[in-house]
Ligand binder design. Structure first.
Ligand SMILES: Cc1cc2nc3c(=O)[nH]c(=O)nc-3n(C[C@H](O)[C@H](O)[C@H](O)COP(=O)(O)O)c2cc1C
Length: 226
């Protein structure tokens, strides 16, 4: 069993998985733990679809890739990334992306491979379990608070999984195609997709899984007023 500190330190996003389904009991255990996530007014605004049916995941992935290939940039409920990138975030984003491509030996100009790597998101990196997190549209109509709650819920899922030896990758890539995901999963019209989290058994031999982008020093993020 890992401590919270260890789980925080050891978790990292994994982008290659073994073709092995996580037992439903384990997924339930993870989601039961994540139910303890705090939320404003105890709203618990997450509406979660835990999908482990390969055909359904393929259908969702196919629909997203098809949409992308038709030239549509996004079809979303919420805008995740900033519309205007400013530093230091712009630089951190570039450094993180460049580090991954360098590790994988992908040239800066090799668009084809980069696109293929992005499409891997919608093949769920070979995993068979994906948690899709929605909220009621009314919760995000002119308000953003539930995004804080559901963000905390995301981390709860990932840390609870980590403790049980299950790896994860959070996905804002699905946020960008949230309407496609909602349509393909056939969810109620009043739900908006916020994000997904891939869960599974990481392929320990896959080079991509050794990528662990560094964090900035504490004093770059934190101001202490003593
Ligand atoms: C909200 C959110 C969305 C993300 N979306 C994606 C994604 O769509 N695809 C992906 O490969 N990684 C995605 N990531 C993973 C980040 O790239 C990763 O967390 C970051 O580079 C730090 O690396 P680490 O998670 O390995 O510590 C996302 C992370 C978060 C928190």
């Amino acid at each position: 069993m890992s401590s919270v500190q260890e789980a925080l330190k050891n978790r990292s996003s994994k982008r290659a998985y073994l073709d092995k389904t996580v037992p439903k009991k384990t997924i339930e255990k993870i989601l039961l733990a994540a139910q303890n996530t705090p939320s404003g007014a105890n709203m618990q605004p997450w509406v979660t679809y835990a999908v482990s049916d390969k055909a359904t995941l393929k259908k969702v992935g196919d629909a997203i890739i098809e949409t992308m290939n038709s030239g549509v940039e996004n079809d979303q409920f919420i805008q995740y990334y900033p519309l205007k990138w400013v530093n230091p975030y712009k630089k951190r984003r570039i450094v993180t992306g460049a580090g991954l491509y360098k590790l994988m030996g992908v040239d800066r100009k090799d668009n084809e491979t980069r696109i293929k790597m992005w499409h891997d998101n919608f093949r769920w990196f070979g995993a068979s379990n994906v948690i899709f997190v929605f909220t009621h549209k009314a919760n995000i109509d002119g308000a953003q608070g539930v995004l804080l709650d559901c963000g905390a819920y995301m981390q709860s899922i990932m840390l609870a999984a980590q403790e049980l030896g299950i790896s994860s990758c959070p996905q804002g890539s699905t946020t960008e195609f949230g309407r496609i995901v909602a349509r393909e999963l056939g969810v109620s019209d009043n739900l908006a997709l916020l994000y997904s989290v891939v869960l599974g058994y990481e392929d320990k031999d896959a080079k991509i899984n050794s990528y662990q982008p560094e964090r900035v020093a504490l004093d770059e993020s934190v101001t202490f007023i003593d």
